[in-house]
Design a protein around this ligand. Structure first.
Ligand SMILES: Nc1ncnc2c1ncn2[C@@H]1O[C@H](COP(=O)(O)OP(=O)(O)O)[C@@H](O)[C@H]1O
Ligand SMILES: [Mg+2]
Length: 345
């Protein structure tokens, strides 16, 4: 435990962070994105910058981690809203006291290591961390909460189609960046609506890198045990053999698309997964039957077909038959890349 706290952190903080301005995005095979036209990401991204907060700063910001400021609770962490002296709203993720075993600490440090090096408009960026009196990650506060909280709250009006589409496209861009656009291949492993936060203008932000893995470029995949993630989102090759690669995230993204289109939860009260429910509908080509009935006629049928089609490809049982995020986001994230049309025939 001591080793993790001291040596891993030291190594982490001494890492020379390369300016993202120096980076030319490639498609993962060393080719420049300008030649292949696969990558649509902006070439210049601001350099990620984060700092170490003192415990006093974050304790003052949250009023001593008072329960009124508790905004979320996940598998191994609690998330508190805080306000810094300058008025900036922050979210503080605190490793739950009862979870302070070595593996959870390691996961927490992995999260700092991963999220501290990513920088994209659709990925939640790290403001800093604190290692006094526990382990804390500090982020900008997303005032609208997660996609799950907006989509499934029965007291709220149904989320309009335009917002759903914006969320689908932004999340695809963020995931494409993680797989292809940043310095290392990052497999998120827990893409789901409660891990997609929203900015004030409903731009999605991929968050929660607790299970994320950095994959060396020469590896085809990584075998993982124990299987972690969320039931209903797990790709077949992952839950049967522990195999993880980009296609694991693509499967989960397909489930997420179905959730956005239909407004259904990934697993319903009778424990049926949304992709099991959707498959026969998609196989019949009745994509419009997926649409959330609360939307009535107020959705764009062309966009809905595109998303439904993309979802049908992403949830294919065989990972090789699933598209990559490059194929999905090709041509300005239109979900219409020629490759997808070919593989759909
Ligand atoms: N930056 C943030 N702004 C607002 N709410 C957040 C933020 N980060 C997390 N949350 C809330 O806390 C919940 C749990 O956070 P998450 O990072 O997913 O933790 P866990 O790893 O425990 O699942 C999220 O679903 C969300 O509701
Ligand atoms: Mg989470």
């Amino acid at each position: 435990m001591k080793y993790l706290r001291t040596n891993s952190l030291k190594r982490l903080f001494s890492l020379k962070r390369r300016s993202l301005e120096d980076i030319v995005y490639t498609d993962g095979e060393g080719r420049n994105s300008e030649n292949t036209k696969i990558v649509q990401e902006p070439k210049l991204s601001p350099r990620p910058s984060w700092k170490c907060f003192s415990f006093e700063e974050i304790s003052d910001a949250t009023n001593g981690f008072s329960q009124e400021n508790l905004v979320g609770r996940g598998g191994y962490a609690e998330v508190y809203k805080g306000v810094l002296c300058g008025g900036e709203e922050i979210a503080i993720k605190r490793l739950t006291k009862t979870c302070r075993d070595e593996r959870k600490e390691k996961d927490f440090l992995t999260e700092i290591g991963t999220i501290g090096h990513v920088c994209h408009p659709n990925v939640l960026s790290l403001l800093g961390c604190c290692t006094d009196n526990g382990l804390y990650l500090i982020f900008h506060f997303s005032s609208r909460g997660s996609v799950a909280s907006l989509l499934h709250d029965e007291n709220l009006p149904a989320m309009d189609w335009k917002t759903r589409y914006k969320i689908a496209i932004g999340t695809a861009r963020g995931l494409h960046y993680l797989h292809k656009g940043c310095q290392r291949r990052i497999i998120h492993r827990d893409i789901k609506s409660s891990n997609i936060l929203l900015t004030a203008d409903f731009e999605p932000l991929i968050s929660d890198f607790g299970l994320a893995k950095w994959l060396p470029s020469q590896w085809t995949h990584h075998s993982i045990a124990p299987i972690e993630g969320t039931f209903g989102h797990l790709a077949p090759e992952y839950y049967t053999h522990g195999i993880v690669d980009e296609k694991t995230d693509v499967f989960a993204f397909g489930v997420f698309l179905l959730e956005i289109i239909s407004g259904r939860k990934p697993v319903d009260n009778s424990h049926q997964s949304i992709h099991i429910w959707a498959k026969p509908i998609l196989n019949q080509g009745e994509i419009e039957k997926l649409v959330d009935p609360r939307l009535g006629e107020t959705y764009d049928a062309t966009q809905q077909k595109r998303l439904g089609f993309a979802a049908s490809l992403c949830i294919r049982a065989s990972s090789t038959w699933r598209p990559t995020m490059s194929e999905l986001t090709g041509r300005g994230t239109s979900f219409q890349s020629p490759k997808i049309q070919v593989s759909a025939i």
